[in-house]
Each structure stands twice: as structure tokens, then as C-alpha cells.
Design a protein around this ligand. Structure first.
Ligand code: ATP
Length: 238
């Protein structure tokens, strides 16, 4: 397992946002957490990127205990997050935002860096066209792409994607999911959080269902997509 989460509990004051959750993310996979509003999906990702403190439990990445590491150390080890709700720096240009994603890298003048930038521009040609535009003036879909591109610029082994399809038109949702598959096929392991369960399950190797802070079902994407109870609760019954 590239990432292993064991008995993780996280609180906001007295509120238990996640309770004793355990799951793994195998190298090379797309693993998805699905669940309703407030189930604890974002909290899980924020905890994995070091933005929330663990109350109990252990997180291991690439064989190292990272439970108490700072966000910066985790980015250096190879975990980077594309946050929910865009999260770009609005006054900065597209290119400046992408450079910010690579702030922990010491090789920003290298050919490898230029290659990574090219890779992001190949995945998202729109970002290349808008390289000099202020991020805040771009559409929601474009900002979503920028947030993913920025996370990729850290050259992660594991990318954490928080609701990348949120607020996008159906055509763009398809496009974002194809790009996620492509990122994975190029060698990046993906941990995805999604409310768009049908699309996410279709493309996931493994998936876990979170309900009020606990994992209640786990299985392959296919298995869960075909399960009548999952269909009724998360796939609109069809
Ligand atoms: P959504 O899909 O709506 O973003 P989620 O599954 O990502 O939901 P979380 O945002 O992780 O859920 O929230 C889990 C629980 O923790 C919820 O009950 C929420 O109200 C609570 N919570 C989240 N952030 C805070 C906070 N900053 N302070 C207090 N409670 C919080």
C-alpha cells in the first residue's frame, strides 16, 4: 500500500468528524471516498495533507509514519492536494499559480520542471492559452483545472482530489474524469473524494463509502456501483 490509514479519528472541538476509519490506497490505483454532505470526506483529505490534527490513529505513506508531519513535509514526500472549491490564488496568473504548486521543489530551472509544466499544459490546453490571465477571472471549470494542475506541479506520487467535478457542467464533468484517468495512467496514484458517485465508481479501482464519519462499505468500484443499496442511496436509484 502506498498510503495506509489505521483507526483514524479527527475532531472539531467536541464534534467527531471522522471516527476510527481504516483504509489503504494501493500504488497505481484510483481510490475513491464517496458519501453525503458532512460525511467526513473533506476532513479525511485535509488530515492526510496535514491540515487537520489527528486525535487518534496512524497514517503511513510509502512506508513512513507521517501522522504528525507538517503539510510541507508531506508535499516533499509526494502527497499533494487539489482542494475543494477551486482554491487558486485569484490575483496571480495561471502560470504563477502553477509555479506556486511547485514551491517545495528545488529544481524549478531544470528540464524536468519544464517537462512537468508541459505535461500540465497537455492535460489542460486551456491553461496554456490562459497562462498570463489572472486565475480569479477564469471560469469555475478553468479554476478547477488549474487547482489540479497546480497539485501536479509538486510531482506527487499521490494526488488528493477533493470534489473535482463540483459545480461543473455535464460535458466538463466527463472531461475532468477522463483527465483524472489519464493522470492515473501516467503513473500518479489518485485518492478522490466525490459526490458524483456514478462517474467516480466507474473509474475507481477501490472505493469506500463514508457515512457520518465512518466507513460503512468498501469494495471495487464496479462492485459498489452494482450494489442495490449503494445504487439506491448514492446513484439516484438507477
Ligand atoms: P461535504 O461534501 O459537504 O463537503 P464532507 O463529507 O466533506 O462534506 P466534512 O467537511 O469533512 O464532510 O465534515 C464532516 C463533519 O465535520 C461535518 O459534520 C461538519 O459539519 C464538521 N466540520 C467540518 N469542518 C468543520 C469546522 N471547521 N468546524 C466544526 N465542524 C466542522
Amino acid at each position: 500500500m502506498l498510503l495506509e490509514v489505521k483507526g483514524l479519528s479527527v475532531n472539531y472541538g467536541h464534534i467527531e468528524a471522522i471516527r476510527d476509519i481504516s483504509f489503504g490506497v494501493a500504488e497505481g490505483t484510483i481510490t475513491t471516498l464517496i458519501g453525503a454532505n458532512g460525511a467526513g470526506k473533506t476532513t479525511t483529505l485535509k488530515t492526510l495533507s496535514g491540515l487537520r490534527k489527528v486525535r487518534e490513529g496512524k497514517v503511513t505513506f510509502d512506508g513512513k509514519d507521517i501522522t504528525d508531519l507538517s503539510p510541507e513535509r508531506r508535499v516533499k514526500l509526494g502527497i499533494s492536494q487539489s482542494p475543494e472549491g477551486r482554491g487558486c490564488f485569484p490575483a496571480m496568473t495561471v502560470r504563477e499559480n502553477l509555479d506556486m504548486g511547485a514551491y517545495v521543489r528545488s529544481d524549478r530551472k531544470s528540464a524536468a520542471y519544464a517537462q512537468d509544466l508541459d505535461r500540465v499544459y497537455e492535460l489542460f490546453p486551456r491553461l496554456k492559452e490562459r497562462e498570463k490571465q489572472a486565475a480569479g477571472s477564469m471560469s469555475g471549470g478553468e479554476q478547477q483545472m488549474l487547482a489540479i494542475g497546480r497539485a501536479l506541479m509538486a510531482r506527487p506520487k499521490l494526488i488528493l482530489l477533493d470534489e473535482p467535478s463540483m459545480g461543473l457542467a455535464p460535458k466538463l464533468i466527463q472531461q475532468i474524469f477522463s483527465i483524472i484517468t489519464e493522470i492515473n495512467q501516467q503513473g500518479t496514484t489518485v485518492l478522490l473524494v466525490e459526490q458524483n458517485a456514478a462517474q467516480a465508481l466507474k473509474r475507481s479501482h477501490e472505493a469506500h463509502i463514508l457515512e457520518t464519519g465512518e466507513i460503512v462499505r468498501s469494495g471495487s468500484g464496479k462492485e459498489l456501483a452494482g450494489d442495490p443499496a449503494v445504487k439506491a442511496a448514492y446513484l439516484g436509484g438507477d
